[in-house]
Design a protein. Structure first.
Length: 360
């Protein structure tokens, strides 16, 4: 059977390079076109040296891309929606890794991105691309959005307790998210200059990070779908997210503090996490009483599509600290995008995503 032909638009970037790496070993899909405005004619390995001898593709201009089966858009915010008709004319399926089509609510988009959505009629055609949340809608879908990496770590930490109805919604939820430098993309800036970035512990967004909107969207959707605490749903305004850049190239660690409706024992949290993730191919529960890897740790997830989740409970049983570690370029971007493609196409969800990460 011939493989599905994929085009990566914005392929010199970090998420584009990661997609090319994964899809080079995918059993049912292959990349046939990679685009760049700045490196036209150069080989893929000029931008992604790890792919020397793996991909023989050369970059073409975005406007020269020919029809194919799937287009992956790995563009800066606003670029996918600006030309969505053109990309939809090229391929039956689109997976857009940017934030352009993640939010279902146009008012929320305007609030968080500061302007009206440029292609509002396209918004409802896209399914939010986190299979742990939207697997059923993704099956057979033509258009999937990407996910925010900080939102994904926060969402996967919170999801089991939201579903289980354990959270006290009258009190704040605080998400403290630590991130690596590759979140900023391949383009350099004064903030990424090595003497400035190396060793930094930089409060990148102490309040008001845009990914808050994706977590709020998840909470409302899951409470509605599971009919959990629906009476006070509209009162939900208590999520505070802080993002801090730390000394790491790949990786996100979300530490999310929640108050529980009533005191619980640890076994209630074990049950919520096991029930929530028992059938998930890429979510692992990490909670050991000994050793240095007792809790989720992004370092060992680099290059893998795992999301490692864990938790701790306060002595009074009223406060839970929820943890999730991912690789921002994998489960937080390209890995989730390929997982979405697998679900959309009805393939084994793990196809192309078996790499387990490295240790040490
Ligand atoms: N980095 C992460 O951890 C991460 C995680 C989740 C989601 N995302 C999202 O994924 C998207 C891509 O992120 P990234 O980190 O891969 O960015 P990046 O490294 O900066 O790459 C952006 C790519 O887009 C191309 N490009 C820029 N403007 C373009 C335009 N107007 N038309 C066509 N091509 C254009 C660039 O190449 P040329 O200039 O050569 O054309 C480059 O290949 C972003 O929307 C980001 O928010 C990123």
């Amino acid at each position: 059977m011939s493989k599905l032909k994929c085009t990566i638009v914005g392929a010199t970037g970090y998420t584009g390079g990661e997609l090319l790496r994964i899809l080079s070993f995918h059993p049912h899909a292959e990349v046939t076109q990679i685009t760049s405005r700045s490196r036209m004619g150069e080989y893929a390995h000029a931008a992604h040296p790890n792919l020397r001898g793996v991909s023989a593709l050369q970059f073409i201009r975005p406007e020269d891309a020919q029809p194919c089966d799937v287009v992956f858009l790995c563009l800066p915010h606003g670029e996918a929606s600006a030309q969505i008709e053109r990309w939809a004319g090229l391929a039956e399926r689109i997976i857009d890794l940017s934030a352009d089509f993640r939010l279902r609510n146009l008012a929320a988009y305007k609030r968080w991105y500061g302007h009206d959505h440029p292609a509002p009629h396209w918004v409802e055609r896209f399914v939010y691309g986190l299979p742990e949340l939207t697997r059923e809608q993704l099956k057979g879908a033509r258009y999937a959005s990407g996910v925010g990496c900080n939102a994904t770590a926060t969402n996967l930490a919170l999801l089991p307790l939201v579903k289980a109805g354990l959270i006290d919604w009258s009190l704040p939820i605080v998400a403290d998210v630590k991130v690596g430098s590759s979140e900023g993309g391949a383009e350099s800036s004064p903030a990424s200059h090595h003497p400035e970035r190396s060793g930094a512990v930089r409060s990148y967004a102490p309040a008001g990070h845009r990914h808050t909107a994706e977590v709020e969207q998840m909470i409302v959707q899951v409470r509605q779908a599971n009919q959990v605490d629906v009476d006070n749903l509209t009162n939900f305004t208590h999520l505070h997210m802080s993002v801090t850049s730390i000394e790491m190239v790949r990786g996100v660690l979300a530490t999310v503090h929640v108050f529980l409706k009533q005191p619980v024992q640890e076994k209630a949290l074990w049950k919520a996490f096991r029930d929530g993730y028992k059938n998930e191919p890429f979510v692992r529960l990490v909670k050991s009483s000994a050793g240095i890897f007792r809790a989720p740790e992004p370092k060992i997830l680099a290059g893998s599509n795992w999301a490692d989740v864990g938790f701790a409970l306060s002595e009074d049983g009223r406060k839970a600290t929820l943890l999730c570690a991912i690789d921002n370029l994998m489960k937080g971007a390209a890995g989730s995008a390929v997982q979405c493609l697998n679900v959309m196409m009805g393939w084994d969800e793990r196809a192309g995503l078996e790499f387990p990460g490295l240790h040490p």
